[in-house]
Design a protein around this ligand. Sequence first.
Ligand code: NAP
Length: 247
Amino acid sequence: MNPFSLEGRRALVTGANTGIGRAIAQALAGQGAQVTCAGRTPADETVAAIRASGGAAETMSLDLSDPMAARDVFEGQGYSILVNNAGTIRRGDALDFTQADWDAVMDVNLKAVFFTAQAFARAALASGHTPAAVVSIASLLSFQGGIRVASYTAAKHGVAGVTKILANEWAEKGITVNAVAPGYIKTNNTAALQADPERSRAILERIPMGRWGQPEDIGGTVAFLCSPAARYVTGAVINVDGGWLAR
Ligand code: NAP
C-alpha cells in the first residue's frame, strides 16, 4: 500500500476558498481524500478545481469568528482529518492595540483552533475513525516576535502550545496533532508585503532558497502529516520556510 495515500479518508479544511487552504484541500484530494472545504466565503472554485481533476469535495459554510462554530459538524460524519487553516491578522502598535483587534484574531486563530479540534476528536473517537490527524497552520510568528501584530503572534505561539498539549493527550487514542509553520507564502495575506518593493527585497534576501513560498509548498507537507507515512509524527511544528528559521 502507498503510505502517502489518503484513500477512504474524509477531511475538513477550514478557510479553503483561497490561498494556503485551497492548496491544502487540493493536496489532500490529490491523495484520495474526500474533502470538505469549510469557511465563511464559499469555496466553490476550490471544489470545482478538485472535481475537475477527478477528486471529491464539497463546501461547508463555517464562520469561525464564533470559535464554537464547528461544534456540531463532525458528529457521525466519518471525518478522520482536520486541518485548521483559517486565519486572520490585525496590525497596530502595541501601545495603541485595541481589545477588539486582540479578540478578533485570538478567536479565529487560537480559540477556534482548540475547540474545532476538540469537536473533531470527540466525533472521531466516538465513531472509531482512528487513526486520525489534526494539522494546524502555525507561522514563523510561532517562533519569532514580529512587529505590530501582537494578537497574531500571541495566537500563533498559542497554536504551537495547543498542538503539543493535544498531541500528548491524544497520542494513545490514535490521533496525531501537528502544526505546519509557513514562511513567506504568496497569498492575499501577504499581498501588501509583496507589493512593497523594499520589504519584499529584504524578505527575499533573508530566505536561503531565494524565493517566496507557493501555497502548494504547504499543501504537500500537510498531506504527508495526515498520511500513514507520518504515523510516528506528533506534537511537531514543522517550518516550511525555504530555510528562513535556519538562518
Ligand atoms: P488568506 O488568503 O488571507 O486566507 C485566510 C483564510 O482564512 C481564508 O480562507 C479566510 O476566509 C479564512 N478566514 C479568515 N477568517 C475566517 C473566519 N472568521 N471564519 C472562517 N474562515 C476565515 O491567507 P493565507 O496566507 O492562505 O492564510 C492561511 C493560513 O496560513 C492562516 O492561518 C495564516 O495565518 C497562515 N500563514 C500564512 C502565511 C503566508 O505567508 N501567507 C505565513 C504564515 C502563516 P475569507 O476569504 O472569507 O477571508
